[in-house]
Write a protein that binds this ligand. Sequence first.
Ligand SMILES: [Zn+2]
Ligand SMILES: [Zn+2]
Length: 179
Amino acid sequence: MHPRVSLSAISTASWELDADLAFYDDAGITNVGISVAKLERFGWEEGTRRIIDAGLRVTKQRLAVLEAISPGEHLDVDTVADRARAELGTLSTQAVYDALRALDAAGLVSRIQPAGAPALYEIRVGDSHHHLTCRGCGTVVDIEKAIGDVPCLDPTLPTGFVVEAAEVTWWGYCPDCAR
Ligand SMILES: [Zn+2]
Ligand SMILES: [Zn+2]
């Protein structure tokens, strides 16, 4: 029997991987769908922690997909799938979509959809930042909001609506494409 570690303990304690350790949520349900030894070999400790902290079950597909996206990147599904396959070997495109959907719902990735472009995924979430998209090559970069954590636009809203987030895309040309 594996020693039990509660999720709340994982969130605050230093993360030490142990080949005989299994993780359980407060209901006693195993929360890790991959062997810890394998996690250790691939160096996925940080991704594992983020997935567990978000309340999701850890699977090797979710880990590989989450780890495929680096800070500042905005990647389409095909690129995410290529990178995740490089880690896992085989991985169906449907599994990549499923993992992205679960990570999105748990707040670990966010999805943007510039007009006329494929959906793009990034790991920066929850701060309503904006995007600048190059019409030439499709590169997307983050734009910081001017002030605070509220959307920087000042819309005239229909009565009764409460705004929680806004998504703004500027279009232009990156330095390479502007030449
Ligand atoms: Zn460009
Ligand atoms: Zn972004």
